[in-house]
Design a protein around this ligand. Structure first.
Ligand code: FAD
Length: 488
């Protein structure tokens, strides 16, 4: 007697979101290990109510990342399926078409993402489809850590100390060796038709020159850092004129590498090379800020919209269209500010120190609301991340958790002189000032006429006069702050 044919297991859908990698991807690993056919899918979400759909620079990155992920999945045996629409409808249709029994995904954080996932889960459950959610984005999920009093942390240092006392995060899972495709090919849209990359005009030349999206590039970047700059990281991480940081942020934002991979690779190197351990501790502490910001977003979902310090809800902000445009274009007349904003425009990224300087300038010198800066960064950063962006803008504005106090107003000249002492960063992004000597490069309006003439700079023509006078602007900011300072 012949054995009856074994039933073909029903496929499992893996919904890729901000976890565009094969290794250390628990949703993919669980689906692959089940032995069932795997249908990897990416959904172009259409949700007019979601104000945080990817901005222009993020869409550029996403195209490259999906291209690479799609290629890698096809090599493993099951190509990436692209579909558009509301996720609950897309996934239900896909399950009905393919007979899929389950959907796996890695969790996302933030109010819209959480509400959406709940909606999708309910819609799928109603059709008898199992949903399995995993953690790929964080060392530790937000509910996994609390103060001794049982409340969410609002101060970074105790948060980080507490996290360091917990057991190490789990080791990353390996990329699957192969995937079983569903018996019949699944219809997919074409990535090129998603219009993620700009064409008319194509403004992405600087992004192409600067970045290579994808899991392989992310791994190489981490390895480069751990083999090289890490020893100097504690001192050079604040210097925009050097390559002193990892530039992993867009890779982390899209999940081309996960924090657990970064953690374990770093710890491994620290064990083998004790002389790198101090640099690695400092680097992982920055990764800790990423964790902390996700913790904040989870517990305080208003973070991207409203100040956590409610006094700032009635702050007397200005509404300066012209000054906002000058800031966005990098034409404020303050060279370090302008260099930062032009670096952002050209490359989709800005050095952290300079993000703080341009943020302080927008909020305190120009008295424009931090949300306008947050929106601009959201559209122009390749690493735009809801938790990191919102928490950092609130930090700079002085209205967030564990924030810099509002009265600490960065002086853009002194910041430039301290962190870009030779002016090399300014020269690179503000070429009209390239021939100014270091002594004047951060304050060209104070340079003698002969120095300006020798450097070929006509202030007000080749390069703008300062849009505000910093000392007066600082006084104005402090006076504005005094009106809200009193505790309610
Ligand atoms: P590294 O110094 O190599 O740090 C390693 C990783 O740690 C980073 O990739 C990042 O994931 C994390 N990290 C480092 N600094 C911070 C920080 N201050 N807060 C949170 N995580 C951090 N980062 C984003 O990823 N997305 C954003 O949208 C974003 N918006 C910001 C807005 C403002 C106003 C400011 C001041 C900072 C913002 N940051 C944001 C944080 C920080 O500037 C970037 O993460 C960092 O510059 C990325 O460069 P890197 O990868 O070379 O950092």
């Amino acid at each position: 007697m012949t054995a009856p044919p074994r039933p073909v297991p029903r496929p499992i859908i893996v919904w890729f979101r901000h976890d565009l990698r094969l290794a250390d991807n628990p949703a993919l690993a669980a689906a692959a290990e089940s032995g069932s056919p795997v249908i990897p899918v990416r959904i172009r979400e259409e949700d007019p109510d979601d104000r945080w759909l990817p901005g222009a620079a993020s869409r550029w990155w996403l195209h490259g990342s999906l291209e690479r992920l799609g290629g890698a999945l096809a090599k493993l045996g099951s190509p990436l399926v692209l579909r558009s629409g509301r996720p609950e409808a897309v996934l239900a249709d896909l399950a009905a078409e393919t007979g899929a029994a389950a959907v796996h995904w890695n969790r996302r954080y933030g109010p819209a993402a959480v509400a959406r996932d709940r909606r999708v889960e309910e819609a799928l459950a109603a059709r008898g489809i199992d949903v399995q959610a995993h953690n790929a984005a964080l060392l530790l999920e937000p509910e996994g850590i609390r103060t001794k009093g049982g409340t969410p942390f609002k101060v970074f240092t105790p948060f980080w100390r507490a996290l360091l006392t917990l057991p190490e995060p789990p080791h990353p899972t390996r990329a699957p060796d192969r995937l079983t495709a569903p018996p019949k090919p699944v219809r997919s849209e074409r990535l090129a038709d998603w219009g993620l990359r700009p064409t008319k005009p194509d403004w992405a030349g600087g992004l192409r020159e600067t970045w290579e999206p994808g899991e392989d590039a992310a791994r190489d970047r981490l390895a480069d850092l751990l083999d090289g700059a890490i020893t100097e990281y504690p001192t050079l991480r604040d210097r925009p004129d050097t390559d002193g940081t990892s530039r992993l942020s867009p890779h982390l934002a899209f999940g081309e590498i996960g924090p657990r991979q970064v953690w374990h690779a770093s710890r491994h190197v620290a064990d083998a090379h004790p002389e790198r351990a101090a640099g690695i501790d400092a680097f992982l502490r920055e990764l800790g800020w990423r964790e902390f910001n996700h913790h904040l977003l989870h517990h305080f979902p208003v973070l991207p919209e409203d100040p956590l310090d409610q006094r700032f809800a009635r702050f007397p902000w200005q509404t300066g269209e012209a000054t906002l445009t000058a800031w966005q274009r990098g034409r404020t007349g303050y060279p370090i500010v302008d260099a930062g904003l032009r670096q952002l425009w050209q490359t989709g990224w800005m050095h952290n120190r300079v993000r703080m300087i341009v943020g302080s300038f927008l909020i305190k010198d120009l008295l424009l609301p931090w949300q306008t800066g947050q929106d601009w960064f959201w559209d122009t950063l390749v690493d735009a991340d809801l938790a990191n962006n919102a928490a950092n803008w609130q930090w700079v504005a002085g209205c967030g958790a564990d924030a810099a106090p509002f009265f600490r107003v960065f002086n853009p000249v002194l910041q430039g002189e301290k962190f870009d002492p030779q002016g090399d960063y300014v020269r690179r992004f503000v070429p009209e000032l390239a021939r100014l000597p270091a002594k004047w490069i951060h304050k060209p309006w104070q340079a003698p006429a002969s120095v300006l003439a020798d450097a070929g700079v006509r202030l007000g023509r080749d390069y703008p006069d300062p849009v505000v006078e910093h000392d007066a602007a600082r006084d104005r900011a402090l006076a504005a702050f005094a009106t809200v300072r009193r505790k309610d």
